[in-house]
Design a protein around this ligand. Structure first.
Ligand code: ADP
Ligand code: XUL
Length: 517
């Protein structure tokens, strides 16, 4: 059996698979808010941060690992686990002093992880991906490199507030003494693997590319980026590692405490989006994954590594080799819910029957579908921008508002993914809104690409389990064949008669966004 763990924003989950049979043997999870209330983090982070600061308590993640493996050991024989891989929320970082490695190496199974590792924290809390406090640091890093385009060319992304490099720079500037005491910096994902291995494990090219520090051409830390970020940084970072490799063997702590075999292997971790790419069966170019969650994300394996000249999209290492694109849209379900509540409507109004009240491209009613600041495109919207007939512009005619919002969202996604320059054969849709048939059909029509939906809810944990299997000798195409199946009857074909309508709508949308109409 192979084990995949996903340390995400709100929970830590485990998925145990039997690769030859293609079966999921066990699935357990720990919810940070509900299971570990003492950390005062109902949504997985410490509330009340000011100036864009969003941090989490790393001790909560340590306790969660003990709790999770205790639950898993109660339902499965962990001595049968050949290898473990982890996935983690991207960009978040943990800071440890010089005692960390030694503490990791002599963990006592009679005690909890948190009591033994927390004393090594040189920064009590960990900034996570929701943190937007580093605008100044992003500008400083870009300036040091001669502009944002150079940061993007080297690292695959312009300097971004949530990315780890700008976060490290802010720590160095605001707490120089604590930074100087820091001997080891981990990402959430590499920290999870390091606990399991009892030694620091390297950072893979998938999650490493979310730091503005990894040079995508050399797949090593980039000296110019390191220097622009903070002094002495190379020594504090674990080395970048090939994702499909064996990084270590399980620590005696976990073998003794939870019954793992002492030969169980630890595979390098990756970020939750790269991991989902594998879990959604999209490891090879040609399949796009669109996740309709709180925010919407778009990602796909890339044929060739190109970067977004506008600086909104990102390029990460693909854990299966090569590269992947990732584009985040902040106003996903957030905006759909805002309009639903504004109109006093329900999700049925966003589904097939509701959308059937209007027609595609509805008489030129267009909307820039943003209820607050957006990151793609990066702009401080304060509410939707409407263009169309008078009633529509006044916010009347609910069916037209809903269609314009949804069309605006997916036209915006199509427009801002054009830099990738590849036509996909298939879209795999996941996340809460993907069960909505009307929305799924709209995605198929606007992209003129078939859409499939998935049965497995936790693509990141499944991706981790498949990576553990891949790294221990199972072929990825066969694993995908067995595990990455669309839900029966979930495939939707695009309506070819709408191709021209949405081509025109895309042109109109672009003009509205650029203020040309
Ligand atoms: P998260 O990003 O928190 O993991 P999920 O992928 O679980 O989010 O998606 C949850 C969201 O899905 C809800 O907040 C809700 O807006 C949306 N949602 C749920 N059901 C529907 C539906 N039938 N139609 C459209 N959106 C839906
Ligand atoms: C990606 C990002 C988020 C986190 C959430 O850039 O910030 O998707 O990975 O888990």
């Amino acid at each position: 059996m192979l084990l995949g763990l996903d340390l995400s924003t709100q929970s830590l989950s485990a998925l145990l698979i039997e690769p030859a049979a293609g079966t999921i043997q066990a699935e357990v999870s720990v919810n940070f808010g509900a299971d570990l209330p003492a950390y005062g983090s109902p949504s997985g982070f410490l509330p009340g941060g000011t100036g864009g600061v969003v941090h989490a308590d790393p001790r909560m993640w340590m306790d969660a690992l003990d709790l999770l493996l205790g639950r898993l050991a109660a339902v499965a024989d962990l001595s049968q686990v050949k290898a473990i891989a982890c996935s983690g929320q991207q960009h978040g970082s943990l800071y440890f002093d010089a005692t960390f490695e030694e503490r990791l190496g002599r963990l006592d199974p009679a005690q909890a992880l948190s009591g033994q590792l927390a004393p090594a924290l040189s920064r009590a809390t960990a900034p996570i991906w929701m943190d937007t406090s580093t605008g100044v640091e992003c500008q400083e890093i870009a300036a040091a490199l001669g502009g944002p385009a150079e940061v993007c060319r080297l690292s695959g992304s312009v300097a971004v507030e949530r990315f780890t490099g700008p976060q490290i720079r802010r720590f160095f500037k605001t707490e120089p003494e604590a930074y100087a005491k820091t001997a080891r910096i981990h990402l959430v994902s590499s920290f999870a693997a390091s606990m399991l291995a009892g030694e620091s494990i390297g950072i893979d090219y998938g999650d490493g590319a979310g730091m503005n520090l990894l040079n995508l051409h050399t797949l090593d830390w980039d000296d110019a980026l390191l220097q622009a970020t903070a002094p002495g940084l190379r020594e504090k970072l674990p080395a970048p590692v090939e994702p499909a490799s064996i990084a270590g063997t399980i620590s005696p702590y976990f073998a003794t405490k939870y019954g793992f075999s002492s030969s169980c292997r630890i595979v390098p971790s990756t970020g939750d989006n790269p991991s989902s790419l594998i879990g959604m069966g999209a490891a090879s170019p040609g399949t796009i994954v669109i996740s309709l969650g709180t925010s919407d994300t778009f990602f796909a394996a890339m044929e060739k590594a190109v970067t977004d000249p506008q600086g909104f999209g990102h390029v990460f290492g693909n854990p299966a080799g090569g590269f992947m694109s990732l584009i985040c849209f902040r106003n996903g379900s957030l905006a759909r819910e805002a309009l639903r509540d504004e109109l006093g409507a329900d999700w049925a109004a966003f589904d097939r029957a509701g959308l059937a009240l209007t027609s595609a491209g509805d008489d030129g009613n267009r909307m820039l579908p943003f209820y607050g600041p957006e990151i793609t495109p990066r702009r401080d919207f304060t509410g939707p921008v409407r263009q169309g007939d008078a009633a529509f512009q006044r916010g009347e005619n609910p069916p037209a508002q809903i269609r314009a919002l949804l069309e605006g969202q997916f036209l915006n996604m199509r427009l801002h993914s054009q830099w990738i320059g590849e036509k996909a054969a298939l879209i795999r849709l996941t996340g809460g809104a993907s069960k909505n048939e009307g929305i799924a059909q709209l995605v198929a029509d606007i992209f003129q690409t078939p859409v499939e939906r998935f049965a497995v809810a936790n693509g990141a944990a499944l991706g981790a389990a498949l990576r553990a299997a891949h790294a221990t000798g199972h072929a990825l195409p066969e694993l995908e064949e067995r595990f990455c199946k669309p839900a029966a009857g979930s495939r939707l074909e695009p309506d070819p008669s709408l191709a021209a309508v949405y081509e025109q709508a895309l042109t109109d949308y672009r003009k509205l966004l650029n203020g040309e109409s």
